[in-house]
Design a protein around this ligand. Structure first.
Ligand code: TEU
Length: 555
């Protein structure tokens, strides 16, 4: 064990040192021309994935699913979605990753299943069916159930009436995603058995989807009519005994393998986040917190706020626990469109600046496929172009309350989840080289210029910059474990911080704006060594060019 292995940085672990690359399988590579990405497509690109330098791949759900929510509605947890391939393809893909030293994280969606899962079909059938208690039912003779918020429901109502047994069932997401009843020990056993099934196949980790919502207070207290969806987490998340269930999961599954576990969401507050991931509690390894990215569209968003949010999260986990670092995923807009600037003159430089940020913070970076190319929002102008249930049902909801559909369309252009889901851009041939068939979601027309093939040829491309930034992180453990300190905290344009470990000190300076911007530091930048920079000549005069990013080694 090294000197710092038990210090403020916590014990060294492979999953702390890893860069996780998230692949959205539906949109990555289509091998059979049906317009949908698949596992054979991923297999054909394993050498490319390896060439990025990433250590772990996380795939969005690949289980059997009717695809109401693109695989987040699972009808069979032990089989592969038809469009994605077969179990044999899965085994080959996993083997191919392992042969290349890449680990694999499985998405586990167990707050809810699909309504087409056999458990739900049985459960619906009669009030006395043995599977009835696998889900939450409210008998209609008791009147209307107490309000619960649903994210994807057209009426924002999480209770759906089912005339077959004259009862309502609960669904925090779409009506085709009924919530599983975690209070039933049989359900927990089914989930843990299923996770063991995949762990025995050799998967290296689990991402627990929407897990903070899994427990429900089945006395069904009334919730105040607050401001949903803003208060969704406040009232619906981290209900006890969620921690006992996680401890059961740890004992039954996680403790038996060298797997990493990550919670989607970090609860309602810092205490919740700690309770999820403190190593001595034997629950999970890491969590990801939403506020840094959710706050982007808040009216009071500013760079200063963003700096403060990240810095606070870092300080909370300074001695114990571990977080992931991310600014984009399949539920969000494109990284460069949201946090950088996708106008042609700034797209590359701001995209590289954001890559520098994600790979130089303390925490495990979760990097979303396509962001390494600088892919941008597609900004559909018609609702018919969207495929995402959140967008389509959100639109219907706005219509149902006679709301302003045109401002909702503007919101979707910047924020809609399909922006991050357009097919991966491989080359400038038809459909961007994604596949021969008509893609399930339109390809962004800018694939002509933004694609792997052309970026491979350019040593200064976003793609090659991503590779360099990963190598820098690998060669410098200070970027993984080093102490983080915000400097020049009141600078509203430049995000600057140091990372320090065992006498090695790096200074990272990031201009988040299209203006020139200066920053304050006591370090002598003339003597400092430039380790990474997104311009051909890095500024050493404490004045940064638009979106300039530099990693210095300082004394
Ligand atoms: O997302 C959980 C979640 O809380 C989402 O509401 C997220 O905030 C939302 O997508 C933003 O629009 C997970 C998955 O990441 C998401 O893709 C699924 O749709 C959802 O669970 C249901 O399984």
């Amino acid at each position: 064990m090294n000197a710092f292995s038990q210090t403020r940085s916590g014990t060294q672990k492979w999953w702390k040192e890893a860069v996780v690359y998230q692949i959205y399988p539906r949109s990555f590579k289509d091998s059979d021309g049906d317009g949908v990405g698949d596992l054979k497509g991923i297999i054909s690109k394993l050498d490319y994935i390896k060439s990025l330098g990433v250590d772990v791949v996380w795939l969005n759900p690949i289980y059997s699913s009717p695809n109401d929510d693109n695989g987040y509605d699972i009808s069979d947890y032990r089989n592969i979605m038809k469009e994605f391939g077969t179990m044999l393809d899965f085994d080959l893909m996993l083997k191919g990753m392992h042969e290349r030293g890449i680990k694999f994280v499985m998405d586990v969606v167990v707050n809810h299943s699909s309504d087409e899962h056999e458990w739900f079909k049985q459960s619906r059938n009669s009030r006395t069916n043995p599977y009835r208690n696998y889900y939450h039912w409210w008998p209609a003779e008791k009147g209307e159930p107490p309000y619960r918020f649903s994210q994807f429901d057209v009426h924002r109502n999480a209770w759906k009436y089912d005339s077959l047994t004259n009862a309502y069932y609960l669904h925090y997401f779409s009506i085709k995603q009924p919530d599983l009843n975690w209070e039933n020990p049989q359900v927990r056993k089914e989930v843990f058995d299923m996770m063991n099934f995949w762990a025995k196949k050799g998967v290296d980790g689990f991402r627990l989807d929407a897990f903070q919502f899994a427990c429900k207070d089945t006395t069904w207290p009334a919730f105040p009519k607050e401001d949903y969806p803003k208060d969704f987490i406040k009232y619906h998340a981290m209900v006890e005994p969620i921690h006992s269930y996680l401890k059961e999961m740890y004992a039954d599954v996680l403790s038996k393998y060298d797997v990493m576990s990550v919670a989607e969401g970090a609860g309602r507050n810092f205490q919740d986040a700690h309770d999820l991931v403190d190593a001595d509690r034997n629950e999970l390894n890491l969590a990801y917190a939403f506020d840094p990215i959710d706050s982007r569209w808040a009216k009071d968003y500013s760079m200063l706020k963003m700096k403060k949010t990240f810095s606070t999260w870092d300080s909370v986990f300074e001695n114990k626990g571990w977080l992931s670092i991310f600014l984009a995923n399949h539920d969000n807009a494109r990284l460069v469109s949201r946090f950088g600037n996708d106008e042609p003159q700034y797209r590359e430089v701001s995209s590289k600046m954001l890559t520098t940020f994600l790979l130089s913070m303390r925490g495990t970076p979760f990097y979303y496929n396509g962001d390494e190319l600088g892919m941008t929002n597609i900004r559909f102008s018609k609702i018919e172009e969207y495929k995402d249930i959140a967008a389509l049902n959100g639109y219907k909801y706005v219509q149902s309350i006679n709301g302003d559909t045109s401002s909702y369309m503007t919101f979707l252009k910047e924020n809609g989840r399909d922006n991050g889901r357009t097919p991966y851009q491989w080359n400038n041939s038809v459909h961007a080289g994604f596949g021969n068939g008509n893609p399930w979601l339109s390809v962004n027309p800018n694939y002509i210029n933004i694609n792997v093939e052309s970026e491979e040829k350019d040593p200064n491309s976003c793609l090659n910059y991503f590779r360099k930034a990963i190598q820098l992180r690998k060669q410098n453990k200070v970027l993984v474990y080093g102490k983080y300190e915000l400097i020049d905290p009141n600078n509203s344009k430049v995000y600057a911080y140091t990372r320090e470990l065992e006498g090695k000190k790096l200074l990272i300076v990031l201009n988040f704006t299209k203006d020139k911007a200066s920053f304050k530091t006591t370090a002598d930048l003339i003597k400092a060594k430039v380790l990474l920079s997104n311009y051909s000549i890095a500024s050493t005069n404490k004045e940064l060019k638009p979106y300039e990013a530099i990693v210095f080694e300082v004394k």
